[in-house]
Ligand binder design. Structure first.
Ligand code: GDP
Ligand code: IMO
Ligand code: MG
Length: 445
């Protein structure tokens, strides 16, 4: 085998908290420096926001390099795809000036989310009652469960002659599971709009469109591209604290959101991974249920929500808000081998005279700087250190200028606590509102 021109040509970008850290924005900023952007896990539960030229775009399934015509975008085998949502997203991107039919490639090994997966998601959540996970109801849990149970349908199956029979068998099984949970599909509306049969009709129409898309064996495509010296950026969805293995189980999503998911979700070896970019908000948010030690239930939490416009990109739900959690962040850095941090939404803290940071947890009188087995352990309390706020608007420093001292101290505090340099500071949702502190990768001119 010839020596690849760029043995570590794949960089990874992923969220270090509970999702919504600003991954979409940074992928969009970085994508001109990559040939390929590839999603490796998750599905339409993601909502990745991009802002440029005064326009806002929210992507769910399609990688965030899609608005760069020269960048190829791959939906990898580890992603689960709802063809109807994909179709809607393609139409929105086209309306926004993108050309996804040209620069979007979809793995034939990616599994399909069926309409009845979505029904089952709702049935399972309803059965859990107050203990529900707060799922996005996109069918994520049931579709990944189907994959692991080894009777899922894959994108590549949409050409097989026995597809109608296989679909009908799985559908019937799902309906019996929902009935066992006491769930009545009559009157249930998907996306609060479509009855099951209406959604199914649209889903099947969307399969026709999917048949006409560029469907590939993405593991071969990506490895070949790397061998040719091309550069690949793997775009994570959700965040480390929602990882199926390492998140606050069971209040997690159903995939590996951590760096290991890149290898199984794209078919690349660990030895090909170069940088791991960790995206972290300057505070914390979480949407859905589950433990959140630094959550603020008071006016400060509301101020973070209002200032940061913390409402879900996928479901519109208000996000729970709280201070930065360093034990959780260090855990995420450890699990992912993060090489650079990207500090997001620092502008949201502009008006705060004082900023708290959780440096440890106290439990039954003892302190720990590591996260425990169960983040929801009764009595677990965050231990805070107060830092001075910068109390001013932030602008990109001109040559010779520096960031406000208090912001600089905040950044250094995070760098010291994690041992990872903060390469980029984000000061607003737009592409342009991005401060590069130091060159972190061989960016193209
Ligand atoms: P993702 O899921 O990680 O891609 O993040 P989301 O798009 O769900 O949520 C991040 C939100 O914050 C979006 O509305 C972004 O437009 C916005 N955003 C990203 N970076 C910044 C920033 O530095 N400052 C502010 N104020 N908003 C930002
Ligand atoms: P991005 O990629 C924030 C949360 C849901 C719920 C839990 C399980 O935009 O950061 P699921 O639908 O996966 O079964 O929901 O995970 N969740 C997210 N929270 N950002 C996301 O994605 C999320 N995707 C799922 O709110 O608590
Ligand atoms: Mg999001």
């Amino acid at each position: 085998m010839s020596h690849p021109a760029n043995p570590k040509g794949l960089d990874v970008l992923l969220g270090l908290q509970w999702g919504d850290e600003g991954k979409g924005k940074i992928v969009d900023v970085l994508s001109p420096h990559y040939d390929i952007v590839a999603r490796f896990q998750g599905g339409p539960n993601a909502g990745h926001t991009l802002e440029f030229n005064g326009q806002k775009h929210v992507l769910h399934l399609i990688p965030s390099g899609i608005f760069r015509p020269e960048t190829l975008n791959v939906i990898g085998n580890g992603v689960i795809v709802d063809p109807f949502i994909l179709q809607q997203e393609i139409a929105e991107i086209e309306a926004g000036g993108g050309q996804p039919r040209h620069n979007l490639l979809i793995s034939r090994k990616a599994h399909l989310i069926l309409p009845t997966h979505r029904l089952l998601d709702a049935a399972q959540e309803a059965a859990k009652g107050k203990d529900c996970i707060g799922s996005t109801l996109k069918g994520i849990g049931p579709a990944y469960a189907e994959k692991i149970a080894r009777h899922g349908l894959r994108v590549g199956d949409i050409f097989s002659s026995d597809l109608p029979q296989r679909y009908a068998r799985i559908r019937e099984y799902h309906l019996s599971l929902a009935a066992n949970l006491g769930f009545d599909p009559q009157g249930f509306l998907l996306d609060r709009k479509y009855s099951l049969s209406e959604y199914e009709a649209r889903w099947h129409e969307a399969l026709d469109q999917l048949r006409g898309m560029k469907l590939i064996d993405s593991e071969h495509f990506i490895n070949r591209s790397l061998d040719q010296g091309k550069r690949v950026l793997a775009e994570g969805a959700q965040g480390t604290m929602l990882d199926i293995d390492f998140g606050s189980y069971p209040f997690v999503t159903s995939s590996n959101t951590t760096v290991a998911g890149v290898c199984s979700g794209l078919g690349v070896a660990p030895s090909r991974i170069g940088q791991v970019f960790g995206i972290v908000k300057a505070y914390c948010t979480r949407v859905g249920s589950g433990p959140f030690p630094t959550e603020l239930m008071d006016a400060t939490g509301q101020l973070l929500r209002d200032t940061g416009r913390e409402y879900g990109s996928t479901t519109g739900r208000p996000r729970r808000c709280g201070w930065l959690d360093l034990p959780a962040l260090r855990y995420a850095v450890m699990l992912n081998g993060v090489t650079r941090l990207f500090l997001m939404k620092t502008d949201v803290l502009n008006a705060f005279p004082e900023i708290s940071v959780c440096t440890a947890y106290s439990m039954n009188g003892s302190h720990s700087t590591e996260i425990p087995y169960d983040l929801g352990t009764p009595g677990l309390q965050p231990v805070y250190q107060q830092l001075e706020g910068w109390q001013q608007e932030i602008h990109t420093p001109k040559p010779g200028e520096s960031l406000p001292d208090a912001l600089d101290r905040y950044i250094r505090f995070i760098e010291e606590a994690t041992g990872v340099p903060v390469a980029v500071v984000s000061i607003g949702p737009d592409r342009e509102e991005t401060i590069v502190r130091h060159n972190f990768v061989n960016l193209r001119a």
